[in-house]
Design a protein around this ligand. Sequence first.
Ligand SMILES: C[S@@+](CC[C@H](N)C(=O)[O-])C[C@H]1O[C@@H](n2cnc3c(N)ncnc32)[C@H](O)[C@@H]1O
Length: 266
Amino acid sequence: MSSNPQPVSIVGAGPGAPDLLTLRAARAIEQAEVLVWTDSLVNPQIAALAPEGCERIRTSTLTLEEVMALVLERARAGKRVVRLHDGDPCLYGALAEQICRLADADIPVDVVPGISAYQAAASALRSELTIPGLVQTIVLGRAGGRTGVPETESLARLAALRASLCLYLSARHVEAVEAELLQHYPADTPVAIGYRVSWPDEWITVVPLTEMARITRERNLIRTTLYVVSPALTPPGAARSKLYSSSHRHLFRGGAPEDDPAPAAG
Ligand SMILES: C[S@@+](CC[C@H](N)C(=O)[O-])C[C@H]1O[C@@H](n2cnc3c(N)ncnc32)[C@H](O)[C@@H]1O
């Protein structure tokens, strides 16, 4: 083992488009000696930023154990290893398990954030997901599926909030998801269905909640699909932010309301 192993960088590649990488992520990839990348979800153009001579390992056919064995072996040999995940590594990327294994092996880690799919979807829709007076909370979750979710985070409980609900990894269960959501959200609640958001073949649309499953099945969407269920997705103007209405005064427009000293207007 090298006496001074380099930190392994766990890097978020963002939702797909190479120009949605952070500068820090691009720099880490450009300096990689070993690139371990999620080829089922990360754009090959991003992997191509690694230098010539960099060893490239695709993970779509490997188990986590196999991936970690390769990462540990290369890191122990003193190589600069970059583990590239889609979106942000803190969401559904087995980050905790990887960090535990690296810690057990006394290998330092750094993590570089990435833009998550829900942020790319909100941008593609030109939507704010927190409109004052309408919805102020974003929930990032998933339907149960094979992995399951703790009972306290069941879809019913998430939906009961009627927040802006972003559902990852849920297209396979869309009929059950729609039925559960209809118990809590009004039937005409807008739902964005985003497929491969920010990729050249991106497809994104907003439908009423009652159409969520039908449209998903009609387009045969299973993978790389994100739902955003939110009252905030009503057409522009229908829910004009109080922040900009002439009746609302705030810090930068004379007189801050005491309970809300600095609304995020910029
Ligand atoms: C294993 S999870 C990883 C999520 C990722 N870490 C993130 O922050 O976006 C993969 C799921 O994320 C969602 N996803 C990732 N990229 C997407 C994209 N470009 N468009 C739509 N959904 C996407 C889909 O729900 C997909 O099944």
